[in-house]
Write a protein that binds this ligand. Structure first.
Ligand SMILES: *[C@@H]1O[C@H](CO)[C@@H](O)[C@H](O)[C@H]1NC(C)=O
Length: 146
């Protein structure tokens, strides 16, 4: 009997030791129309740097955590776009997860500046749903009715 109790305590201690793996932040990308200065057509204006950037080049968004690239769209007529990459939406608040202030380096270049969370064993962070196009199933149902 005593032996069993000792085993149980060991198992518990082991579980506590095995901290949840760090959730590596996923990065998130979106395309927006580029800022363009009247005197510098054909170049993106990087407002965080107060500088113009040629298509094909990137810049860090410090003091925000992100990176932008100046790109030319492939449609006609070609437009100047800014490809913004950031850490994505913050996870849904969970009292069993904490921002890991030791591992998170806010001053590191993107994506190193993304927040890193540490959770209690067995706890997984959930991220808010991003708007996505309707699933395939719904389209099939529509066809059936028609
Ligand atoms: C955070 O990142 C910056 C830039 O890469 C680096 O100079 C600094 O040493 C880092 N700090 C820590 C605590 O890792």
């Amino acid at each position: 009997m005593k032996y069993l109790v000792v085993l149980a305590i060991f198992a518990l201690a082991f579980a506590a030791e095995e901290k949840a793996d760090d959730e590596r932040p996923k990065t998130y990308r979106r395309l927006i129309p580029a800022d363009v200065l009247r005197d510098f057509p054909g170049m993106c204006f990087a407002s965080t740097r107060c500088a113009t950037v040629e298509p094909g080049n990137s810049w860090d968004l410090a003091p925000f955590c992100g990176k932008s690239s100046c790109v030319i769209s492939e449609d006609e007529p070609p437009r100047l776009l800014e490809l913004v990459e950031d850490c994505g939406p913050l996870p849904i608040a969970n009292p069993k997860c904490k921002l890991d202030t030791e591992k998170t380096n806010k001053t590191a270049p993107f994506p190193g500046c993304c927040p890193i969370f540490t959770c209690e064993a067995g706890v997984k962070l959930e991220y808010p749903e991003l708007p996505t196009p309707p699933p395939e199933d719904e389209k099939k149902e529509d066809k059936k009715e028609a």
